[in-house]
Write a protein that binds this ligand. Structure first.
Ligand SMILES: Nc1nc2c(c(=O)[nH]1)N[C@H]1C(S)=C(S)[C@@H](COP(=O)(O)OP(=O)(O)OC[C@H]3O[C@@H](n4cnc5c(=O)[nH]c(N)nc54)[C@H](O)[C@@H]3O)O[C@H]1N2
Ligand SMILES: Nc1nc2c(c(=O)[nH]1)N[C@H]1C(S)=C(S)[C@@H](COP(=O)(O)OP(=O)(O)OC[C@H]3O[C@@H](n4cnc5c(=O)[nH]c(N)nc54)[C@H](O)[C@@H]3O)O[C@H]1N2
Ligand code: SF4
Ligand SMILES: [Mo]
Length: 747
């Protein structure tokens, strides 16, 4: 008791995943002794997962990078920050001067969007580099969803999310929120909220080839065959029309393209697709009828995006929401209105230019840009292929493509060919080990946090800001490192004053505001620096903002600092038609590209299924104690039973002669990676159906040159050694990272 009283308690936000849980951190002096969920947090109400608690170990991990590294004579050696930035300038600028801006590139990894100081400057960095070669984890993740909603609603960030606290039916398709806590859906304590949904009489249906942890806590599990969701959802849509279940409700005047959709789904009768999906036709009709009731919502994620029809599947999910009157209705799928950075709350309400893709194309395989990026699946070829515009210098922000990107053997070889690789990273990970310059990231506890990117997808409106809880005098904050990179790329030089460059960027962002107000706005932001100024500006001019005094009850960064548990801004509210940004001012259901995908799927339905009896379909999976390709250096998360295991159905294990805990050899059976083998420890488990095996991604910590002493004792298997950069989703180039063919044999 008395010892408890000595502890200093601080509040922070977990930056590890999209749930963005509120944390209560207990310090004894400057040591973190305990991290718990912050009980009164308005967003997460005390919820925390093992990864959040493990921030304690992350913070104190001696392996975590603390000083910059520069490669000298083949060895990475510690240098000062000034030396590191000088080195970047000395090497980057001549490459760009000599070969042009396209010879430089930017790779944006997942943690970037969880770090306020990074995400608020990342577009400025891309602009300063001036290169079309911008890649991000989005094309290993949600790009199909972004394109789908861009077509439907005119804005690539307008993803509607299930109103879980008020719905009566939740259909989870290709997602495992019980483990992931939601994705493009910030839903801390999914398990508790799912239980509450069922306790009030609602039901959960899981559509997943694997009987997931989410399915364990659901009412129905539909074990669909991998990669066939487009057929299932087309048949559901077909059934809605065929059975007269289409009812647009309040949105009737704001929906276009209905007849085209009806025509396009005509061939997809439940009987026609049942075999392909591995689901009985009457089960498909049942699902359609259930979805046609009020307060029903669908959540589709990684399993629906990282497959060959990712955009079409994502599109059909929201088409079904619209057709059943469940779009933008309480208990259905709703658009959040976050306190800041809401792209669909800016400009004229209800209308906009819509989206454009393919404004330019990649050099080697002529892939269209989507949201100003090329897909990671063409990163390696842009480095490997000689000729004008070859990618020679890459800045990698919190990305570990050596494990996260498809065909990692090829990706690693390509990264080694670069003239300059700069990595901004938390660890000397498998990618940073290949770098010429490595910049260290501060501990998340030394960074302030506001959830810029995922607050639009929160299941309930809140506003919360967490100041840094410790100082790190040795390592500058993220925003300063970002601004120094921008200064180099923009020609201000490595030693430019970060505040001056930041102020210039801030003023440039005021372009839409009459110039006579600029000085007053900048002055009103006071003495804050960097990302906190950008954030304060966005909050104050946002939908709940104080409008610099014109709305005195509104919020600002000061109000949020005074409310460490956050401010509750109420449940999600209907936002259509105002949130639309399509040129027609309607929900445009029937973009030609998407209708075209249905025609393509229809043609493939006649072809024999690709699976052969000798191969297995490999799925990925996420795990509670793992976070993509990192957090494996934290002892509490890797302790105990091996995590990176290959799940094999008992019947298959018997056929193959594989016992639990034995090692299997997997061999890629299709595409450019064909023949590549990896070994994985087997776990016999009937969660996977016969013919399907499952292996988590982000492992394979046995590469030379890394500094992750714990992770390297639990290396696991690199799933992406088997995936193939040449297999990608048709419209976005998103890598197909789930549902590909492998052979399995005892090692
Ligand atoms: N086969 C397969 N591959 C996949 C997936 C899959 O399901 N299957 N999922 C894909 C998805 S959805 C994603 S999002 C990607 C994720 O893959 P990446 O974009 O590579 O991101 P992470 O693996 O989360 O983290 C990359 C690195 O960021 C560094 N890092 C962590 N915190 C910080 C920080 O605060 N600052 C900085 N500067 N660096 C930090 C860590 O050192 C880590 O090594 O993987 C994709 N790859
Ligand atoms: N604990 C933990 N949480 C995380 C992460 C983590 O690494 N660990 N990563 C974060 C990131 S970056 C992301 S993007 C999210 C992802 O969040 P989720 O998408 O919820 O997580 P996954 O576990 O990848 O779930 C994908 C599901 O799709 C299924 N699936 C595979 N192929 C198919 C198919 O063809 N059809 C159907 N219907 N299903 C299929 C898989 O079996 C799996 O259950 O999680 C985030 N949260
Ligand atoms: S669910 Fe996500 S945000 Fe919450 S504690 Fe776990 S890792 Fe952190
Ligand atoms: Mo992701």
């Amino acid at each position: 008791m008395s010892a408890e009283r000595e502890l200093r308690l601080a509040r922070h936000t977990c930056p590890l995943c999209e749930a963005a849980c509120g944390l209560e951190i207990a310090f004894d002096g400057d040591r973190v002794v305990r991290i718990r969920g912050a009980r009164d947090d308005v967003h997460s109400h005390g919820f925390i997962c093992p990864k959040g608690a493990a921030l304690k170990e992350l913070h104190h991990d001696p392996d975590r990078l603390r000083r910059p590294l520069v490669k000298r004579d083949g060895e990475l050696v510690e240098v000062s920050f000034d030396e590191a930035f000088d080195e970047i300038e000395r090497r980057l600028i001549p490459i760009r001067d000599h070969y042009g801006p396209a010879s430089t590139g930017l790779l944006i990894g997942n943690p970037t969007v969880h770090r306020t100081g990074m995400v608020l400057y990342v577009l400025d960095l891309a602009a300063a580099l001036g290169s079309p070669n911008v890649f991000s984890a989005a094309s290993l993740d949600q790009m199909p969803k972004q394109l789908a909603v861009g077509r439907l609603f005119g804005d690539v960030f307008s993803v509607p999310v299930p109103d879980i606290d008020r719905c009566d039916l939740l259909v989870v398709i290709g997602a495992n929120p019980h483990v992931s806590n939601g994705s493009m859906w910030s839903v801390p304590d999914y398990p508790g909220r799912a239980d509450a949904l069922r306790a009030r009489g609602g039901e959960i249906v899981v559509v997943d080839p694997r009987r997931t942890e989410t399915a364990d806590h659901a009412d129905h599990h539909l074990p669909i065959r991998p990669g066939t969701d487009v057929y299932l959802l087309a048949a559901v849509t077909h059934t809605l029309f065929a059975e007269g279940l289409v009812s647009l409700g309040r949105l009737e005047p704001y929906v276009s393209g209905l007849a085209e959709v009806e025509r396009a789904v005509t061939p997809f009768t439940p009987e026609e697709v049942a075999d392909r999906c591995g689901l009985p036709a009457d089960r498909i009709r049942w699902l359609a009828r259930r979805l046609a009731a009020p307060r029903a919502a669908i959540h589709g994620r990684i399993g629906t995006c990282l497959q060959p029809y990712g955009t079409a599947v994502s599109w059909l999910i929201d088409v079904i929401h619209a057709l059943t009157g469940n779009l933008d209705e309480p208990g259905g799928a709703m658009f959040g209105l976050p306190p800041a950075f809401a792209s669909n709350a800016q400009g004229e309400p209800g209308r906009g230019p819509g989206i454009e893709v393919g404004r330019y194309h990649s050099r080697v395989s002529h892939r269209p840009e989507v949201t100003g990026q090329f897909p990671v699946s063409c990163l390696a070829e842009e480095i490997e292929t000689p000729g004008e515009g070859r990618l020679r210098a890459l800045v990698s922000l919190a990305a570990n493509p050596a494990l996260s990107a498809p065909d990692s053997t090829r990706t690693r070889a390509a990264l080694e060919q670069l003239d300059l690789l700069v990595c901004f990273s938390a660890y000397l990970d498998e990618t940073a080990a290949l770098a010429d310059v490595v910049l260290p990231a501060r501990s998340p506890l030394a960074e302030s946090h506001y959830d810029v990117y995922f607050s639009p997808y929160a299941a309930h409106h809140t506003a919360r800001f967490s100041p840094a809880v410790v100082d790190d005098p040795e390592c500058p904050p993220d925003w300063q490192l970002m601004v120094r990179l921008i200064a180099i790329a923009a020609g201000d030089g490595a030693r430019a004053d970060v505040d001056e460059v930041a102020e210039r960027l801030l003023r440039a962002a005021l372009a839409g505001v009459p110039p006579e107000f600029h000085d007053g706005i900048v002055a009103a932001l006071g003495t804050r620096r960097g990302d906190e100024r950008v954030l304060d500006l966005a909050l104050r001019t946002g939908p709940y903002g104080d409008q610099f005094g014109m709305a005195p009850d509104g919020i600002s960064l000061d109000t949020l600092i005074a409310a460490p548990d956050g401010i509750d801004l109420g449940p999600l509210q209907p936002r259509l038609p105002d949130a639309l940004r399509t040129s027609s001012g309607t929900v445009e259901l029937a973009h030609a590209d998407l209708i075209g995908e249905l025609a393509r799927a229809r043609a493939e339905l006649g072809e024999p299924t690709p699976a052969s009896p000798h191969t297995f379909t490999l799925l990925g999976r996420r795990q509670l104690r793992s976070n993509n390709s990192w957090m494996h250096n934290v002892p509490s998360l890797v302790r105990g039973r091996a995590r990176c295991t290959l799940e094999v159905h008992p019947d298959d294990a018997a056929d193959l002669g594989l016992g639990d805990g034995e090692t299997a050899r997997l061999r890629a059976a299709t595409g450019a990676a064909t023949g590549t083998t990896v070994e994985a420890v087997v776990r016999i488990d009937d969660r996977v159906p016969p013919g399907v095996v499952s292996l988590p991604h982000g492992w394979g910590h046995d590469r030379p040159g890394t500094r992750q002493s714990v992770a390297s004792q639990h290396p696991g298997t690199n799933l992406n050694a088997l995936t193939d950069a040449d297999r990608f989703e048709h419209l976005t180039g998103t890598a197909v990272l789930t549902g590909f063919e492998v052979t399995v044999e005892p090692a």
